[in-house]
Design a protein around this ligand. Sequence first.
Ligand SMILES: Cc1ncc(COP(=O)(O)O)c(C=O)c1O
Length: 469
Amino acid sequence: MKRYEKFADQIAELIRAGVLAPGEKVPSVRHASRTYGVSPSTVFQAYYLLEDRGLIQARARSGYFVRELARHSLAEPETSAQAAQTTEVDVSELVFSVLGSLKDPHTVPFGSAFPSPQLFPLPRLARSMAHALRDMPAHAVIADMTSGNPDLRRQIALRYMVAGVRLALDELVITNGALEALNLCLQTVTSPGDLVAIEAPAFYATLQVLERLKLKAVEIPVNPREGIDLEVLAERLANLPIKACWFMSSLQNPLGASMSDAKKQALYQLLLQHQVPLIEDDVYAELYYGAQPPKPVKSFDTDGLVMHCGSFSKSLAPGYRVGWVAGGRYAEQISRLKLMTTISPSVPAQAAIADYLQHGGYDRHLRKLRHALETQQDAMLASAARHFPAGTRVTRPSGGYFLWFEFPEPVDSLQLFQLALAQGISLAPGPIFSATRRFRNCARLNHGHPWDAQSEQAMELLGRILASF
Ligand SMILES: Cc1ncc(COP(=O)(O)O)c(C=O)c1O
């Protein structure tokens, strides 16, 4: 990190903590330079950066001031409402039309599911790929297909260990991204017509997988801070023949909710009591902003009931399509199903990631990535507070790169999606996250891209469209 970036972060922290209040003057360049022992040009660069992030503004001949709405002033949404008990799922057409809108590289990518590729160490990964392939024994090209790259398996198991989860190595199945892992888990424990408990709102691919496998959804309400409503889940488990649960216990997509450890443990006990397996989708696990990584429900699993799915797509290597599942008592069945369908993710891609994990500085990269995402979240929250209509609510996830907005009732996010797209801005409208097409006045916005003048203009434009409803 450059000196001016570090200094900008110090000032941003003072703003976030309320030490520098909205409307207050930030130290003059001369004063800051003397007090903090940095050069005037470092201070200038830092202030330009904070201006870009929407935290401070220059006033002619007066200096820099904390922006009035720099501390987020929009309220948070409440727990989602309960839906009908079970639902057939039919959302794919809608999802594909939204995904299609993301192909144009000139569109402002607020609707994207990925952070900016600029935030990933792609050149370093390419070197790892070259290095790993040069040293790869010939037989490994074939042998590693069935069981996965042994170094990669060890590295993944090591990361579980560091996070406090003990795993037997043979529980790990390497897959084509987390999405294959999730599909295989669901196929392992259900048959067409079965009921699966999911979150509402849920990641849209969850709904598509249920639709494809002809499974019925039991939607469980989610609180944007605390995660699923355990009371509703307990009632549903007691009264319905639910065959599996598919939940994100940390940094849930799209709400960003993270359950407390106590709640994760209570969820595990409930599932244990009913002997219902949990498919735990944890693809954002590495993108937490705090000092400690969130624990997965898997860390409480004493019975092999949790299938914990992870991926490098969001944290290191999008497009490499390398993910995994720690499959508990289902690992063998999952592995066989994988061999019957796709056999294996690309062996070179696995080798590249294994080499990178050993030599590339993954944790250093993650620290930078988390920091960038947190900074960009601040910028989007501050910008929304400036431009979006009164009554808008927004989540405050403690990680990841999504914000979930709940707009005042007249706003129709499907219409908003069309109107914004016509102006070159994508977003993910609420109904794609629901089996019952709810959340019509909601949308998910991605802040995974460096914040710049174009982002700010796009938020302003969205604000104008929102005001027209
Ligand atoms: C919640 C969630 N689960 C799973 C996936 C799929 O991950 P992968 O790209 O590793 O298949 C995504 C990607 O968007 C996601 O957001």
